[in-house]
Design a protein around this ligand. Structure first.
Ligand code: 13P
Length: 258
């Protein structure tokens, strides 16, 4: 039986990673002005994940803007003896409405397991944040033909059981495409996104049909339109190109004519 297609509001998210000093605040304000100005009626949500040091300031600066803010990581617990960590509740209070968890740079640099990512996502949902849960295969895993196995396994082990379309976003980020300028072909992206959608629908039913699935990995102004047009791609998670407002907004504009 053909799956019923749902209208899913796309999300274009900029992950600033470990970039962002006072000098960069102006870029976020340019994005804010565009999102509230000529892009006000675009059919997509727009989000920036700044470093935690800028969260309170950006939150105050954007006020009631349509631009959303997200943390880049969080601890699973609401508080406690965890030096250097940030609780989801802290991000929420600082003005975030979402948090990225399980980014491959966290999984690789900090050895985060799927179980830890799941606990962080649960913490995010508890605090009223949208958990943006990242999955993706390495170059070797793709070369060995294990892409779907790896991605679906990460998905099953990283998503909390209580995930809904409202409190969870999945981001498919092939590790080898991050920061390299390389991207999968649109048919490779489609193959993975369709498989993720099937799995989400099998686990979460109606919510799984409506959960947003973002593509991330070297999304740029010149490839955004093609990538965002792929079936079951409901937006982008953008790294490098999100640091410059003009590039990021050019990517957001991939949704202008829809
Ligand atoms: P790039 O867009 O720089 O490849 O980074 C993607 C990413 O990791 C976003 O989370």
């Amino acid at each position: 039986m053909a799956r019923q297609a749902h209208a899913i509001r796309p999300l274009v998210a900029g992950n600033w990673k470990m970039n962002g000093l006072q000098a960069n605040v102006a870029e976020a304000l340019i994005v804010r002005d565009a999102v509230d100005g000529d892009l006000a009626s675009i059919g997509a949500d727009v989000l920036i994940a700044p470093p935690a040091t800028l969260m309170t300031e950006l939150s105050a600066a954007i006020g009631k803007s349509r631009l959303l803010l997200a943390g880049q990581d969080c601890h699973a617990a609401p508080s406690g003896p965890h030096t250097g960590d940030i609780a989801p509740e802290m991000l929420k209070e600082a003005g975030a409405s979402a948090v990225i968890v399980g980014h491959s740079e966290r999984r690789v640099d900090h050895g985060e397991t799927c179980a830890e990512v799941k606990a962080k996502a649960e913490g995010a949902q508890r605090a009223g944040l949208i958990a943006i849960v990242c999955v993706g295969e390495t170059r070797d895993e793709r070369a060995s033909g294990f892409t779907l196995d790896v991605v679906l396994q990460q998905l099953k082990a990283s998503l909390p059981e209580q995930s809904t379309a409202a409190n969870t976003v999945v981001a498919y980020e092939p590790v080898w495409a991050i920061g390299t300028g390389l991207t999968p072909t649109t048919s490779d992206v489609e193959e993975v996104h369709v498989a993720i959608r099937r799995e989400l629908a099998a686990i979460f039913g109606e919510d799984g049909e409506r959960m947003r699935i973002l593509y991330g990995g070297s999304v740029k102004p010149d490839n955004a339109t093609a990538l965002m047009a792929v079936s079951e791609v409901n937006g982008a998670l953008v790294g490098g190109a999100s640091l410059k407002a003009s590039d990021f907004l050019a990517i957001v504009r991939a949704y202008e004519s829809r």
